[in-house]
Design a binder for this molecule. Structure first.
Ligand SMILES: [Fe+2]
Ligand SMILES: [Fe+2]
Length: 339
């Protein structure tokens, strides 16, 4: 079957002639490349690459070094291993393997590729994400006082699925401003007088990347319920996807392009948004459903691993203002992301 992302205008460079490091695990030949990063150098390395992190299930990351030296560490069964990658080297990082970049030199230049292992079928959203809504504690709040009590009881690290027939949007935005970016929400429903939102509090301020990644997780969690035939989850899926795409297209991408961002990447993402908007209306068709699942899975991963870090780097000090505007956005149609 011809895979849909092959038709996207996502830029694909000619395959480099990097020599693989031979003693490490490699993905099966049945893999598809989800995207490739910009050129990273020692001077503009995303901070997250210096911290321990790991590709999620079904994902492989490939490091391709073009120039200079890159010192990489990873945590295996035998403890920490360090390796210096030289120009022309490529190195696969398998799903779940924790790794970080330890050092580089002034000449270092490298890229990261993200691949999906096709031998594991993308038949459903990631399990950890799929339970996000199922396992959230629920609360019904009927007035401002009850809403304030719910917020006061929300400890750092907790989330709550809040249902209400009054509009708590303004009260929540005020609490978000007072909370120093540690409180966030994902509106799921705002229709017929019924509001539902997933509200969570963190110990640390929630940044732009983290919030958008959480929004992806909520979309995938709603999708998991929709695929089980849950009509409410299907309604939530439509709402959270519409809000997320609108946030990216109306607030995030324009700011990124104004800061000199990659026009080809944005064009490719917008094309994928259009296909997601089309296929979400045909999830009862098995072919369209599979296409939607694969496209959403790859799209989210590409944004989180490759595009969002570049957006954050280019926005610099403006990222916080855009992040706060995005996080305060209500359901689509109730408060536009650029309003
Ligand atoms: Fe997107
Ligand atoms: Fe996204």
């Amino acid at each position: 079957m011809k895979l849909p992302w092959r038709r996207a205008s996502w830029p694909v460079r000619a395959e480099p002639s990097h020599t693989p490091v031979t003693h490490v695990a490699e993905p099966s030949a049945r893999r598809r490349q989800l995207g490739r990063s910009r050129d990273y150098t020692g001077a503009d390395l995303p901070e997250r690459l210096r911290r321990w992190h790991a590709p999620r299930a079904n994902r492989w990351v490939r490091i391709l070094v073009d120039a200079g030296a890159l010192d990489v560490e990873w945590l295996g069964a035998d403890g920490m291993t360090a390796e210096r990658l030289r120009p022309g080297c490529s190195r696969w990082i398998e799903p779940g393997l924790r790794w970080r970049i330890a050092d580089s030199d002034a000449a270092t230049r490298f890229q990261l590729e993200v691949h999906a292992d096709e031998s594991t079928p993308a038949a459903a959203p990631q399990p950890l994400r799929a339970v996000l809504l199922d396992e959230a504690p629920c609360a019904r709040v009927d007035d401002t006082a009850a809403f304030a009590r719910m917020l006061a009881s929300l400890e750092p690290g907790m989330r709550c699925l809040v249902r209400s027939d009054f509009d708590f949007g303004d009260a929540l935005r005020a609490a978000m401003r007072a909370g120093g970016d540690t409180l966030c929400w994902h509106p799921l429903q705002d229709a017929d007088g019924q509001r539902v939102a997933l509200i969570s509090r963190s110990a640390q301020p929630i940044g732009l990347l983290e919030y958008l990644g959480r929004d992806h997780a909520v979309i995938e969690a709603a999708l998991a319920g929709a695929l089980r035939g849950n009509i409410e989850r299907m309604r939530w899926l439509r709402n959270v996807l519409a809000r997320h795409l609108s946030i990216e297209e109306d607030a995030l991408f324009p700011a990124y392009l104004a800061a000199g961002g990659n026009e080809g990447w944005v064009r490719g993402l917008r094309n994928e948004h259009d296909r997601l908007r089309h296929d979400i209306n045909h999830l009862d068709d098995p072919v369209a459903q599979r296409r939607f699942l694969l496209l959403l899975d790859g799209h989210d991963e590409k944004e989180e691993q490759i595009v969002y870090p570049d957006i954050l780097m280019r926005l610099g000090g403006a990222a916080r203002e855009i992040s706060q505007r995005i996080m305060s956005t209500g359901s689509t149609g109730t408060q536009p992301a650029n309003g």
